[in-house]
Design a protein around this ligand. Structure first.
Ligand code: ADP
Length: 388
C-alpha cells in the first residue's frame, strides 16, 4: 500500500503550435488505501494523468511520488503498480490461469506453489475458479474482465490503476462489477486510482473524486461534496443526470430576472452577490416543485414540452409561459404522476436549493443549503478526509 502525491504535473504532447496540454499543473495527494476516481469528459486528461502515475507517460513537468519515493525516473515495472484496462489486454493463447500467473513467473522469484496459491486466492476472490482452464476466447466480456482484475490482484501491488475497466460491458454487468470492484477495493485496501467518464460510476465508487476538465483540476472531494458543494458550474453540470438547470440573468432590486422567469432572491442569497448584477442560477431537476394550482406568490407558469417516463420517476421538460425562446428546463417528478404535453404548471424554485455561479469564471458564489443531518454527514466526511 502507498500514498500517491502528484506535484504540479503538466503533460504536453508535441511542441510549438500543434502542442496539446493534456494535463495542466495538477497537484493532489491520494491517501494510503484510498479509492480515488478521476472523472471528466472525454479528452479531459484523465488517462494521461493516470498513465503518468504508471510511468507509461513521462510528465513534461512536476513530480510523481509513490510512498516516499519520487518515481519520475522509475520504469513502470519498478513502480509496483498493477493496471487494468478497458480492453482487458489478456493473452489470447493462454488460459485464464496462465494469464494470471505469467507476470509472477517472469518478474518475481516466487515458487510455483506460491504462485499457484496466489492465483487460487485471486480466482476465489473474483469467483472465476471454474474458468481457470479456459482461454479468453471462450469467456464473456465480464469473465475476461474478472481475469484481468485477478491478474492485477496476484501481483500484490502497492497501487491499482483501473482505466475505464467497465466500459466494454453491458449495463447490467457494469452495475454488478461496480459493486464488486467496490467490495474488492474495500477488502484489499490497496490505494486505487480509477478513470471513468461515467458520472454514475464516479458517484458510486470512489472515496473521493478528482474532477478534470481540459487538463485542469476542477475539484477534489467526496462524491456528495462535489455533488452538493460543486466548486464551479462545470462540476455542478457534470455530476447529476439530467444535469443541473442553468439560467443566466440579471439581478434587479433583489429579483433575478431571465427570459420568462422572475425569482425573488432571499437576503442570504443576495448577500453572496457582491457587486455582480449578472449571474448564472443553477437548480437540479429533483429540487424544482411543480404544482397544478398557484402555490405561492413566488412561482411562475410554465408549459410541459416533453415527458420522459423512466418508471419510478419521470423527467418533465417545461418552457416558461412568458419566455420568448424555445429553451426548456427539466424537472424530476414521481413516475405515477400524470403529466401531459401542453399542461400548464406552476413552478417553484425552493430558495434553499438554488446555486449561483459567476457568469465569467463559472465559480460558485452561492451553494444550496442542506438539511441539518445531511450537512453534518458531509462535514464529518470532509473532516475525516482532511485528517486522513
Ligand atoms: P481522457 O482520458 O480524459 O479522455 P486523455 O488523457 O486521453 O483524456 O487525453 C487528453 C488530451 O491529450 C486529449 O486532447 C488527447 O487528444 C491528447 N492526447 C492523449 N494522448 C496523446 C498522445 N499520445 N499524443 C497526442 N495527444 C494525446
Amino acid at each position: 500500500m502507498a500514498r500517491i502525491k502528484l506535484d504540479n504535473i503538466t503533460k504536453e504532447f508535441g511542441d510549438g503550435e500543434n502542442s496539446i496540454v493534456a494535463v495542466d499543473d495538477v497537484s493532489l495527494e491520494i491517501h494510503d488505501g484510498e479509492f480515488v476516481v478521476f472523472v471528466g469528459p472525454s479528452g479531459s486528461g484523465k488517462s494521461t494523468l493516470m498513465r503518468t502515475v504508471a510511468g507509461l507517460e513521462d510528465q513534461t513537468d512536476g513530480d510523481v511520488v509513490i510512498g516516499n519515493t519520487i518515481v519520475n525516473e522509475l520504469s513502470p515495472s519498478d513502480r509496483n503498480i498493477a493496471m487494468v484496462f478497458q480492453n482487458y489486454a489478456l493473452y489470447p493463447n493462454m488460459t485464464a490461469e496462465q494469464n494470471m500467473s505469467f507476470g509472477l513467473k517472469m518478474s518475481t522469484d516466487l515458487t510455483d506453489d506460491e504462485i499457484e496459491q496466489r492465483v487460487t486466492e485471486a480466482a476465489q476472490m473474483m469467483g472465476i475458479e471454474e474458468l481457470l482452464d479456459n482461454s479468453p476466447g471462450d469467456m464473456s466480456g465480464g469473465q475476461q474482465q474478472r481475469v484481468a482484475l485477478g491478474r492485477a490482484i496476484v501481483r500484490n501491488p502497492n497501487v491499482f490503476l483501473l482505466d475505464e475497466p467497465l466500459s466494454n460491458l453491458d449495463a447490467k454487468l457494469r452495475t454488478e462489477m461496480r459493486t464488486e470492484i467496490n467490495r474488492l477495493q474495500n477488502d484489499l485496501d490497496v490505494t486505487t486510482l480509477y478513470v471513468t467518464h461515467d458520472q454514475t460510476e464516479a458517484m458510486t465508487m470512489g472515496d473521493r473524486l478528482v474532477v478534470l476538465n481540459q487538463g485542469q483540476l476542477q475539484q477534489v472531494g467526496t462524491p456528495l461534496e462535489c455533488f452538493y458543494r460543486p466548486a464551479n458550474q462545470f462540476v455542478a453540470g457534470f455530476l447529476g443526470s439530467p444535469s443541473m438547470n442553468f439560467f443566466t440573468g440579471h439581478v434587479e432590486g433583489g429579483t433575478f430576472r431571465t427570459d420568462g422567469i422572475d425569482f425573488d432572491l432571499t437576503e442570504r442569497i443576495q448577500s453572496s452577490l457582491g457587486d455582480r448584477n449578472e449571474v448564472t442560477l443553477g437548480i437540479r431537476p429533483e429540487d424544482i416543485e411543480l404544482h397544478e394550482e398557484p402555490n405561492s406568490a413566488h412561482g411562475f407558469e410554465a408549459v410541459v414540452d416533453v415527458v420522459e417516463p423512466m418508471g419510478s420517476i419521470s423527467y418533465v421538460y417545461l418552457r416558461p409561459e412568458k419566455q420568448e425562446s424555445e429553451k426548456t428546463f427539466v424537472v424530476e417528478t414521481e413516475g405515477q404522476r400524470a403529466t401531459t404535453v401542453g399542461d400548464h404548471m406552476y413552478v417553484e424554485f425552493p430558495p434553499e436549493s438554488v446555486h449561483l455561479f459567476d457568469i465569467d469564471s463559472g465559480e460558485t458564489i452561492h451553494q444550496r443549503r442542506l438539511n441539518e443531518d445531511a450537512e453534518e454527514a458531509l462535514r464529518d466526511r470532509m473532516e475525516k478526509n482532511l485528517s486522513a
